[in-house]
Design a protein around this ligand. Structure first.
Ligand code: UDP
Length: 239
């Protein structure tokens, strides 16, 4: 397989075309951004860790019947995936209060929610990815009500599987964000990544943050947190 031209460059990843129809290469970078790219930095090993972690999690979800864009890991930084058109909605799931929701509602972080909370944000960097509702999403033409139903169901199933997986790693899945895409034949599948960049992960015993908040909030030991997640994931999956 040959790697072709770069099709897209985002904050943390690049996408390249290949000579295989309908398949593209995703390359994970060490670049880190936060607060709508106002804070920028570089985290050693982040690209390799997020590629490895996303690979293990997407393979695990595939095995559990979740459709994903993932095909295979190619090397330390790259994976081969199905080409999809990304639905411009970030699906956010919250099991505990944290981050922007804690701020917006004026509550402490770390309160367990009696219900699973779903937020959707409109993927528009120039607007700071605003929080929207289903009606806005339909108005924008991002999805139909029927597709939103399917997207919430898929997101909820992913949450159930991940809560259990992280629990076995002695980790609380506080919240996370996923992106969904449509394949050429119209199927909605999980795309993008699931990693400490896109999840809040707290150690169950110490409540230590093992995710991107270490970078966002200058808590130090950022690389160590990503490596820790990878090591615990490998252990519970026997990889
Ligand atoms: N998140 C993400 N990308 C974004 C915004 C949020 O991956 O552009 C993740 C974030 O890591 C957290 C969850 O989505 O796990 C909820 O984030 P929140 O809305 O609280 O925003 P934040 O506080 O991260 O700005």
């Amino acid at each position: 397989m040959t790697k072709g031209a770069m099709l897209y460059e985002g904050k943390a990843k690049q996408v390249f075309e290949t000579d295989r129809p309908g398949e593209v290469i995703v390359r994970f970078k060490d670049d880190a951004t936060a607060f709508n790219a106002q804070k920028r930095g570089n985290v050693d090993l982040k690209g390799e860790m997020n590629n490895a972690i996303t690979t293990l999690i997407f393979e695990y979800l595939n095995d559990k019947g979740i459709p994903t864009h993932f095909i295979k890991k190619l090397d330390e930084r790259e994976q081969l995936v199905k080409k999809v058109s990304i639905i411009p909605l970030e699906m956010v799931v919250r099991n505990y209060s944290a981050g922007s929701m804690a701020q917006r509602l004026g509550v402490d972080e770390g309160i367990k929610s009696p219900v699973t909370i779903f937020d959707i944000c409109y993927k528009r960097d120039d607007l700071g990815d605003p929080l929207i509702n289903d009606h806005h999403a339909v108005f924008l033409g991002a999805a139909t009500y029927g597709e939103l139903d399917e997207m919430y169901d898929l997101t909820s199933d992913i949450n159930d599987i991940l809560i259990e997986l992280f629990d076995r790693m002695n980790i609380i899945l506080v919240d996370f964000k996923i992106e969904l895409g449509k394949t050429a034949d119209g199927q909605i599948v999980l795309a993008d990544e699931i990693s400490p960049d896109t999840c809040r992960l707290w150690d169950k015993d110490t409540m230590k943050k093992l995710d991107k908040d270490r970078f966002r909030r200058d808590l130090g030991e950022v690389t160590e947190a990503y490596v820790e997640i990878y090591e615990r994931l490998k252990k519970v999956l026997n990889k």
